[in-house]
Write a protein that binds this ligand. Structure first.
Ligand code: ADP
Ligand code: MG
Length: 432
């Protein structure tokens, strides 16, 4: 004899014999249930789910229940049974907008590498729901989190219910909610947002239960035309351990990449950050730092802070020399330890001439081209100043080096052979 109280459990058991694991997981298990004496009230988390369940599974549910010989009524509603009881005031831990005030569009420096991502974020603000989900992907330290906060800060000014959350935190909150029997509140909380900003989705990889919860949350928001913005370290299809249905949902939306900033953008970022830190730097220093730190914005910022902190501590102004000193250890790591002499030697050998002739004042074509190439490479591949390079070339003036470099850079664009030769020389230098 079936105990009335566990009728639904029994029904679930039977259903799982006839439905696939996926159907159970997607459609049946998300239903919450309130069982009264003569009625089983099922609640679907949203309209979409209710309609799908009604269309595809209700008959099955009814026939399964009827086999238990009960006269129970069955109803299917939207919401969750806890909504009909006292609304729980306590929200799952982690409820705050979690926004950092510093990261706004105003403090975000735009460049070629992040233009598209920024534009997509702005359109989310102007027309929420237009790109849904918006998925921003790219390597570490390139400004993904900054953009999420920028959206959040802007929208919370407009009194939108917006939450920024790292995916890891989403998982933690879910686990806590499960442990405290608050999963319904958890779901309700996220599903009632206007905008969900979820950072670093790669953390979901391989976490099935979290993915599932996220998927339902996401669908619920999507259904209600609420905006979801996600970031990840790679394109959706490339995230291993992310379910296909989630991947394809992500691909439907808008995907934009954010790339490492080019030199000019790095310089602009440094100058902007230095201003914010009340320690403006000269463009000479900015170029020096930007040239030597080319990985990502976080590194750039970290090193700038280090230079500024040291200058305040030592009460010195930030000259080029000072910046070099501060970053000496970093630079020696970065530097390929290529010297002016090595460049001269390799270049001379490559062009089948002699170092002495390159250094001499001979103006024949056989020697001027290698000389200029070598000077240009010295500028490109070493951290020596123009006067030092000039000295290294038989005591020439720094303007000679400058002109040689300009000439070669221009020629290189027109002359593929020259570009190839210079690549070859660089390769030899780098590989000993
Ligand atoms: P990601 O989330 O892509 O790893 P973050 O958004 O955390 O990178 O960026 C790293 C740091 O660099 C942050 O301090 C951020 O404010 C800063 N940053 C990144 N891109 C920019 C930019 N375009 N303009 C200003 N600051 C930036
Ligand atoms: Mg980030």
């Amino acid at each position: 004899m079936i105990n009335k109280n566990n009728i639904w459990l029994k029904c679930l058991e039977e259903l799982s014999d006839t439905l696939s694991e996926k159907e159970m997981r997607m459609w049946i298990k998300p239903l919450s249930v309130e069982q009264e004496d003569n009625e089983i009230k099922l609640y679907a988390p949203n309209k979409f789910m209710k309609e799908e369940v009604e269309k595809n599974f209700l008959d099955k549910i009814l026939s399964t229940l009827s086999r238990f010989n009960t006269n129970m009524l069955v109803s299917l509603n939207i919401g969750s049974h806890t909504q009909h009881k006292e609304i729980v005031k306590e929200i799952p831990s982690g409820f705050k907008t979690n926004l950092s005030k510093e990261m706004t569009f105003d403090t975000f420096v735009e460049g070629k590498s992040n233009q598209l991502a920024k534009a997509a974020c702005l359109s989310v603000i102007n027309e929420p729901g237009i790109f849904n989900p918006l998925y921003i992907y790219g390597g570490v330290g390139l400004g993904k989190t900054h953009l999420l906060h920028s959206i959040g800060n802007q929208l919370s000014k407009e009194n939108k219910k917006v939450v920024y959350l790292h995916s890891e935190k989403f998982v933690q909150n879910m686990v806590t909610a499960l442990r405290n029997n608050q999963i319904e509140e958890f779901k309700k909380f996220y599903r009632n947002l206007d905008v969900l900003l979820l950072d670093d989705m790669q953390f979901f990889a391989g976490k099935e239960r979290s993915q599932e919860e996220f998927f339902h949350t996401f669908n619920a928001l999507f259904e209600n035309k609420k905006q979801v913005v996600l970031t990840c370290d790679r394109y959706p299809k490339e995230v291993n351990g992310l379910e296909d249905r989630i991947k394809s949902r992500l691909v439907w939306g808008m995907n934009v990449s954010i790339d490492p900033p080019d030199l000019e953008t790095r310089v602009a970022i440094l100058q902007a950050k230095a201003e914010q830190l009340d320690s403006p730097i000269t463009s000479e220093v900015a170029f020096f730092l930007a040239k030597n730190i080319n990985s990502n914005v976080r590194e750039l910022e970290g090193n700038l802070r280090r230079v500024i902190a040291t200058s305040r501590f030592k009460k010195c102004s930030i000259s080029l020399e000072f910046a070099k000193e501060c970053l000496a250890d970093l630079l020696s790591l970065n530097q390929r330890m290529i010297t002016i002499e090595q460049i001269q030697k390799v270049t001379a050998a490559y062009y089948k001439t002699r170092v002495a002739d390159i250094l001499s004042s001979k103006r024949d074509k056989k020697n001027t081209l290698p000389r200029h190439v070598a000077m240009s490479l010295c500028k490109e591949l070493t951290n020596n100043s123009l006067p030092t390079i000039g000295d290294g070339f038989g005591g020439r003036d720094h303007t000679t080096v400058l002109h040689a470099n300009k000439k070669i850079q221009k020629l290189k664009k027109e002359d593929a052979q020259l570009a190839q030769d210079m690549n070859n020389i660089t390769h030899i230098l780098n590989n000993g």
